[in-house]
Design a binder for this molecule. Structure first.
Ligand SMILES: *[C@@H]1O[C@H](CO)[C@@H](O)[C@H](O)[C@H]1NC(C)=O
Length: 228
C-alpha cells in the first residue's frame, strides 16, 4: 500500500512557457536510475499573498532572460491545495552544466537587474530539490493547451526505486490505463527531502479530474494496484 500523498497541489498552467519536448509516455525498464546524468531541479517559491499578481506579471515579462540559459520544463502557480506558490522545473544535463548555468545567470545583468532584484522582495521562501525521473518514465506532454496540472508528493520508504519501483509503477499505470489523466512525469528526489516522489499529472479540467478519480477508485484494477 502506498503512503498517502503528503501534498496535493493541483496547479493551473499560468505561464506555461516551455512544453516538454519528449513524446509519448514511453516507459523504459532500466536500473534504479536513468543512465544519463540528466536531472531536474524543482523550485518552489512562496510568494507574499498580496504580491502574487505582480510576481506573475514579472515572470511573464522577464522569464525569457532566464530560459535563454537553460531548458524550462514548466512553470505553474498553485490554484487549489496551496496558495501563493509557484513551482518551476528546470532540466540539466549534469551538475557541471548546472554550475555553468548558475554562473552565467549571476552575471546576466538583465536577469539580475530586471527580474531578481525586483522579484526577491516579493518572495517569502524559496525551496529547491534535485530529482530524477523514475527509471521507467520519460517526460510526457499534455494532449492540448490549458487544462490543470496536479502535483502529488509521496513519501517513500528509503531504498529508492529498486525497492518500491514496481509497486509504484503499477499504481501509476493503473491510473493512466483508466484514460482520464495524462502522466507528465514522476520524479524521485536526490537532494532536498529524501525518498520523495513527485508525480505531475495533467487533466483537462478539475471536473474531469474529479470524475476520473471517482470512477478510477471504483475500478478493480486501480484498487488492486494500490494494494501491492
Ligand atoms: C555535462 O553537460 C554538458 C552540457 O550538456 C556537457 O557539455 C558535458 O560534456 C557534460 N559532462 C559530463 C561529465 O557528462
Amino acid at each position: 500500500m502506498l503512503p498517502p500523498p503528503l501534498l496535493r497541489r493541483p496547479l493551473a498552467a499560468a505561464a506555461r512557457l516551455a512544453l516538454p519536448l519528449a513524446g509519448p509516455q514511453a516507459c523504459l525498464a532500466t536500473g534504479p536510475r536513468q543512465n544519463n546524468g540528466v536531472f531536474y531541479e524543482i523550485r518552489t517559491y512562496d510568494i507574499k499573498p498580496a504580491k502574487m499578481k505582480e510576481f506573475m506579471e514579472m515572470v511573464n515579462k522577464y522569464l525569457h532572460f532566464r530560459t535563454a540559459h537553460s531548458e524550462l520544463v514548466g512553470f505553474w502557480y498553485s490554484e487549489l491545495g496551496a496558495m501563493n506558490k509557484v513551482l518551476h522545473i528546470w532540466k540539466y544535463d549534469n551538475f557541471s552544466h548546472r554550475t555553468t548555468v548558475r554562473h552565467a545567470l549571476a552575471n546576466d545583468k538583465d536577469w539580475q537587474g530586471k527580474f531578481i532584484s525586483a522579484a526577491l522582495p516579493l518572495m517569502e521562501k524559496q525551496q529547491n530539490e534535485v530529482a530524477y525521473l523514475v527509471p521507467w518514465c520519460q517526460l510526457g506532454k499534455p494532449p492540448k493547451e490549458g487544462g490543470v496540472y496536479e502535483w502529488v508528493t509521496f513519501q517513500m520508504k528509503p531504498g529508492g526505486p529498486a525497492l518500491w519501483g514496481e509497486a509504484f509503477r503499477a499504481a501509476i499505470n493503473a491510473h493512466i490505463n483508466t484514460g482520464y489523466t495524462t502522466l507528465i512525469g514522476a520524479f524521485h528526489t536526490e537532494y532536498g527531502l529524501l525518498n520523495r516522489v513527485h508525480v505531475l499529472w495533467w487533466n483537462e479540467s478539475p471536473d474531469h479530474r474529479a470524475a476520473g478519480r471517482h470512477s478510477a477508485h471504483e475500478d478493480a484494477r486501480v484498487v488492486a494496484a494500490g494494494k501491492t
